[in-house]
Design a binder for this molecule. Structure first.
Ligand code: PLP
Ligand code: ZN
Length: 488
């Protein structure tokens, strides 16, 4: 729709210009730093940052109804920069000029309702929000769109020359980082550090295809993370890990989209998300809190985190009663939810603080973390996908967590779920194959259920006569499927 065709009072606001004053704010000591430096942790105390807009008060001068109308109308604009997560420009990074924003088709992923049979079996209506339908096939694109748009802006405004962006990853972060860096061409080179043998072949193929330097290290993700931190401490690099607070900003768009998709009325919703490094749940909590601050939503939905019993430090923390909670990292065991297989989540300090604020406003039960088994994750993934979904193992983890919460009586009688299917099914297809073939190594503790197994069946013609082959195969198939002959 053309700008002139929008309501006159909205026209001056539809195409935004930088108006924020963003700073890095240390979570531990409160010190603030300008955003023109490549900073990831507080130089004074090594605390984590949150990005804050010192001008955010200007947004409060307008009522929530104004922002709802603006965002709803902006969806009809045809400007590429505002088509993705920057639809919510004022809430994401209102310091980046529109011409520096990179849009590769991220965000605005569909919510797909469970069909009646699936909802019945699970015990509640729910929907998957398919974040596997992002460009690199996981939700990580949301954060990368913000982080690389900012880097693009910084490189030009500060004349930085060519920047090297590095990250450690359980697979999807590096796929996203490499994709967005490749789009920027000469301005940004990317290097990704992966735990050798702990990412799927599909996830490994993605950064290779995008031309990133791919370095494999022994150990698990937590080991790679330490090396990246050592690099960031001693060399001039742009860090694209969860410590990068621009990524959290971009990932808040997930919460904004849920609000918009439900006409900003979130009563009776439980938002279910798998937890690994805890960046996603951080962004979701913060996103809803900020919408609430601005009067864009009146009700905070319940946020339910899910962890596998093979990588559950966040679950263990929240299991303790308030006042007795102490965070302790755990050693992870092999998990099919490999992208969430993290024992020492980087964003834990953010989660602790945000969960306190969230429960202060919305009640003790409004943030909860449940634990599920590897078996439940696999079975839930297969159950979902047999009903028309495209959930990956982490999406299966969301469904397993939703079922666990129903069983534990955590949800109200009319509460419905929005489950994060964080990546595309095909990225983690090897785990499905292990289930079908019953080849899981024992430490996974997964035993296939025959009703979920499925195998291709090879047919061979019983004749060599080329004229007869087709009819012969058709007869075999008709017999196998019990087809009724026409006119019989
Ligand atoms: C990264 C990732 C997660 C975990 O998200 P965190 O922000 O690290 O908690 C879950 N699922 C998929 C597919 C991921 O790529
Ligand atoms: Zn500090």
């Amino acid at each position: 729709m053309k700008l002139n065709d929008f309501p006159a009072d909205l026209q001056p606001h539809l195409v935004p210009a930088p108006s924020g004053r963003m700073v890095y704010q240390c979570l531990e000591c409160g010190r603030e730093y300008g955003i023109t430096e490549l900073l990831y942790t507080c130089p004074a105390c090594r605390g984590l940052f949150l990005l804050v807009d010192k001008n955010e008060a200007r947004l409060k001068e307008r009522p929530g109804a104004f922002w709802r109308r603006l965002f709803d109308h902006r969806r009809m604009l045809t400007l590429p920069a505002l088509k993705g997560i920057f639809l919510y420009y004022e809430l994401i990074a209102p310091v980046i000029p529109l011409e520096d924003i990179i849009y590769l088709g991220e965000g605005h992923t569909p919510e797909v309702q469970a069909c009646p049979a699936l909802a019945e079996q699970v015990g509640r209506p729910f929907a998957f929000k398919n974040d596997g339908q992002n460009p690199s096939a996981s939700f990580k694109d949301r954060g990368m769109a913000a982080a690389l748009s900012y880097l693009n802006f910084l490189v030009q405004s500060e004349n930085l020359g060519r920047v090297l962006a590095v990250c450690a990853s359980t697979g999807d972060t590096s796929a996203a980082a490499a994709l967005y860096a490749a789009y920027l061409g000469d301005k940004v080179a990317s290097a990704v550090l992966l735990p050798h043998g702990k990412v799927t072949p599909q996830q490994l193929a993605q950064p290779l295809g995008a031309g990133a330097r791919v370095l494999e290290l022994p150990g698990v993700f937590d080991d790679c993370m330490k090396v990246v931190e050592a690099l960031a401490d001693h060399y001039q690099v742009a860090l694209l890990n969860s410590k990068n607070s621009w990524r959290i900003r971009g990932q808040e768009s997930y919460a904004f989209e849920i609000a918009q998709a439900h006409d900003y009325e979130l009563t009776g919703l439980a938002v279910v998300v798998p937890i690994g490094n805890a960046g996603n749940i951080t962004a979701i909590l913060q996103g809803f809190l900020r919408l609430h601050d601005l009067g864009i939503i009146d009700t905070l939905p319940r946020v339910l985190g899910v962890q596998s019993s093979h990588a559950d430090p966040v679950f263990r923390y929240f299991r303790e009663p308030k006042g007795r909670r102490v965070f302790t990292p755990v050693a992870v065991r092999p998990s099919v939810a490999q992208a969430a297989m993290i024992g020492n989540p980087v964003s834990m300090p953010r989660v602790i603080r945000l969960a306190e604020e969230y429960t202060r406003r919305a009640g003790e039960e409004s943030v909860a973390v449940v634990q599920v088994s590897e078996q439940e994750i696999m079975d839930s993934m297969l159950l979902a996908n047999r009903h028309g979904h495209i959930a990956c193992t982490q999406g299966g983890e969301s469904l397993a967590g939703f079922r666990a919460a129903i069983q534990a009586g955590l949800l109200g009688p009319n509460e419905t779920g929005i489950l994060d299917a964080t990546a595309h099914h095909l990225k983690f297809i090897g785990f499905q194959q292990m289930y079908f073939d019953n080849t899981f190594p024992p430490e996974f503790e997964v035993v296939p259920k025959p009703e979920y197994q499925n195998f291709p069946q090879l047919l061979t013609p019983t004749t060599d006569d080329p004229k007869e082959k087709t009819a012969d195969l058709a007869r075999q198939i008709a017999a196998l499927l019990g087809l009724t002959p026409k006119g019989a």
